[in-house]
Ligand binder design. Sequence first.
Ligand SMILES: CC(=O)N[C@@H]([C@@H](O)[C@H](O)[C@H](O)CO)[C@@H](O)CC(=O)C(=O)O
Length: 320
Amino acid sequence: MAFPKKKLQGLVAATITPMTENGEINFSVIGQYVDYLVKEQGVKNIFVNGTTGEGLSLSISERRQVAEEWVTKGKDKLDQVVIHVGALSLKESQELAQHAAEIGADGIAVIAPFFLKPWTKDILINFLKEVAAAAPALPFYYYHIPALTGVKIRAEELLDGIQDKIPTFQGLKFSDTDLLDFGQCVDQNRQQQFAFLFGVDEQLLSALVMGATGAVGSTYNYLGKKTNQMLEAFERKDLSLALNYQFCIQRFINFVVKLGFGVSQTKAIMTLVSGIPMGPPRLPLQKASREFTDSAEAKLKSLDFLSFTDLKDGSLEASS
Ligand SMILES: CC(=O)N[C@@H]([C@@H](O)[C@H](O)[C@H](O)CO)[C@@H](O)CC(=O)C(=O)O
């Protein structure tokens, strides 16, 4: 199999799914969102329908439409659009994988099924293999997020010999803090050209030291520019400057984590910073409180992540 695509590297924004106040998907702002990521944040890769995108809270038909809209609006602007196609139902996952191929996505990613769970590596591989086979021309990424799926099979174990079973396997999206597991994934697969995409934004610098080739995360929607500066400093081997950037990013994430941080809060912050209305999350998530948004705004300003002139009208929309 030949993959014409460039290796997925650098920052990948885990996109939010914009919604209207009525809870419908707001497709009308996706074009603007693409431009914002590229022009304001310098982020040209996206990960659609993942955790941040509430992919598992959307219907299959919605997931297809969202994927299609991002691919269409990202054409000639974005480098790569990866679609998360994981689902509890293998059939649905395969349908989404096939659809991603049909619409011209650049790759697919899959989480472990998390209700009736695979308990061994081989069972998980069998599930992933069946999904990957539905899109045999698309690069395949395993999305490791054990805290949310409850599937604790170590990524290092999973990667051992994975390309023999899944020839389209191209990389790992690692959303966990176990840097021993992550480091061993890199170390044991040095001969492969896999993408190692780290998914804990506040710890990215440590993962870069371990050999991460890129990162997928929610904060790259609005802290992409700052994180790109960190990547550039790391690339120039200016570790002290890179650390300054990481600490600065950590100060913000640490602050919001203490207030209670998740997808709802990401929607509110992105609305505030970009001026593009992301709307409320879908149940069971609850909209971020006005108090949260005000505190986050003050913190962003104090860290110089946001100036008064950056504020757009949409900032009001973020709060209840
Ligand atoms: C649990 C979670 O949502 N993790 C985020 C991080 O970007 C996270 O928001 C960030 O590190 C702040 O803690 C990503 O790993 C999720 C992600 O990439 C996705 O939306 O698919």
